[in-house]
Ligand binder design. Sequence first.
Ligand code: HEM
Length: 137
Amino acid sequence: MLKTRQIKVWDPLVRSIHWTLVATFTLAFVTEDEFMNLHVIVGYLVLGLLAIRLAWGFVGSRHARFTDFVPAAGKALSYLRDLLNLRARRYLGHNPAGGLMIIALLLSLLITALCGLATFGVQGFGPWADWFRVQGG
Ligand code: HEM
């Protein structure tokens, strides 16, 4: 008889950040026009969650760490080649393509939220308001 064993790959912090990011991103996306106060609050939440996730990428559990899933370019390419030939290795945690996807996802989310913060600053609000006022003269 085939014996199966359950392995918990993702720790509770990774799981909860994942789902709260899903919720806060969606809320930020749908509130951009009419509910600006809520939009800014969830936008800040996204930034806070990203900061925690980035820190957890250095000090967190095994599969949460960047060293576990950020692949060298050669490894990512050979994984993609193997994938096309239907003989890709299986991984616990992210495979090299999944690792690249996570980096792209975190970076694009960070850039989106920072652009929001900058827009807020240009409008004279938030922590960057003074900086934009000085630049604008
Ligand atoms: C991942 C997080 C966020 C998402 C998905 C998001 C999404 C959006 C979207 C879709 C727009 C409309 C852009 C357009 O119509 O051209 C927008 C505008 C804006 N966002 Fe965000 N945003 C985020 C974070 C933030 C943050 C952190 C702040 C400020 C602290 C912020 C402040 C603003 C402001 C001031 C606008 C312009 C509203 C206007 O005057 O039209 N956003 N955002």
